[in-house]
Design a protein. Structure first.
Length: 388
């Protein structure tokens, strides 16, 4: 490999959210990676730092071209420059969209278990969370389209937050599924906001389908959130985009982003994104292979040492969703014990909706030596928990 993903990084003392934990703890919870970003991106940032002047910034033409080129080449989505709007992050964009494109008291539909911050963006803005739980058959997840249509048909439902690919279950929604979602939402006058931040983190051999690329119906009734931050580990640089093909929806959302003051780039946000999309592809391809092997390591470890825990099949994201139902119906108590006992910090599944109560989310995006340590801590913690 050209890039060294086995390199052990030390993030303590850097203001890292993930690593702001006691010395004995090993965090494998929040979705960021313990890898240095691509050297090509670091070089672009170094040049910007050496310039030495960090005044106000604009979104340059090469930023638009970088997004257009990346999505056209890798994801077969052709977009016009006017469709793209810079924002400081996917979460700020979602919160702005909820505020600007819905009114207080309306329903925003989510498919649980799902990224927990969706709930905050809805609840904190006075809208109602409307869950359409995914169906879990003991092996994988699917959509209950009867339940979905019933809830979309409620006149109080005006926005659907789609997670594509889906976090935390690692599901890539196929074209037919997305088309059916798009048709139902259009029929019932529900706008789709598709969070596609994990789209570049598919396993080798798998591709995701952009919601807006499925049909004219999907394209014209959607807002797509996209960013290089998950794939290239750049969340702290606050760089993202929304793609909105419909001019009326785009005008409303652009006004919302500007009103919320999340539409202006810092001195590193534009250059980092351009470097990622123009020069980061070789690094990303090796990363995807490394992450896929890390996920395989977790599966093999579970099969050999912890067969009671089922790893839900995943084709995307670097996150793993662990079914602990044969051990407990309350994985929150289990994760709390494991953290106190072994220092391994995981995320309890109930954070992603009540239907996640028997699950744990594990982030294996780290050097393999660190991953192995985490798995051994999990094994030790579970052995002691069983003896209670």
């Amino acid at each position: 490999m050209r890039y060294d993903f086995d390199k052990m990084t030390d993030r303590r003392g850097t203001g890292s959210l993930k690593w702001d934990v006691p010395e004995r703890e090993l965090p494998m919870w929040v979705a960021d990676m313990d890898f240095e970003t691509a050297p090509e991106i670091r070089e672009a940032l170094r040049r910007r730092v050496e310039h030495g002047v960090f005044g106000y910034n604009v979104v340059t033409r090469d930023w638009y071209e970088a997004y257009q080129g990346w999505w056209g080449r890798r994801h077969h989505l052709e977009m016009e420059q006017d469709w793209l709007v810079f924002c400081t992050g996917v979460v700020p964009a979602i919160s702005s969209a909820v505020r600007k494109l819905t009114t207080v008291g309306e329903n925003v539909l989510v498919q649980t278990p799902v990224y927990n911050i969706f709930f905050n963006s809805i609840r904190n803005n006075g809208r109602n969370i409307l869950e359409s739980p995914l169906v879990y058959d003991g092996g994988e997840y699917s959509i209950d389209f009867g339940d979905l249509e019933e809830k979309l048909a409620d006149p109080q439902t005006t926005l659907m937050l789609l997670c594509n690919p889906h976090n935390p279950v690692g599901k890539i929604w196929d074209r037919e599924t997305l088309a059916r979602i798009g048709e139902l939402c259009a029929r019932h006058h529900v706008l789709v906001l598709s969070d596609e931040i994990h789209c570049d983190l598919t396993d080798p051999g798998y591709e995701y389908v952009p919601f807006a690329a499925v049909s004219d119906v999907c394209r014209d009734n959607s807002v797509t959130c996209m960013a290089p931050t998950k794939a290239f580990n750049l969340a702290g640089l606050q760089t993202a985009a929304v793609m909105v093909p419909d001019s009326v929806i785009r005008h409303k959302l652009e006004r919302g982003l500007n009103t919320d003051e999340v539409a202006e780039p810092n001195s590193f946000a534009v250059g980092a994104a351009v470097a990622a999309f123009r020069e980061g592809e070789p690094w990303l391809e090796e990363l995807r292979e490394y992450l896929a092997e890390n996920k395989c390591c977790v599966r093999r470890f579970m099969e050999e040492h912890l067969p009671e825990i089922r790893v839900v099949p995943s084709q995307a994201t670097y996150l793993l969703w662990l079914d602990c139902g044969s051990l407990t119906e309350d994985a929150g108590e289990l994760t709390g014990f494991i953290r106190q006992d072994s220092g391994l910090y995981l995320t309890e599944g109930e954070e992603y909706g009540a239907c996640g109560k028997r699950f744990i989310r594990l982030n294996p995006a780290c050097p393999r030596g660190r991953l192995q340590e985490g798995l051994e801590r999990l094994k030790t913690g579970l052995e002691r928990w069983r003896r209670l």
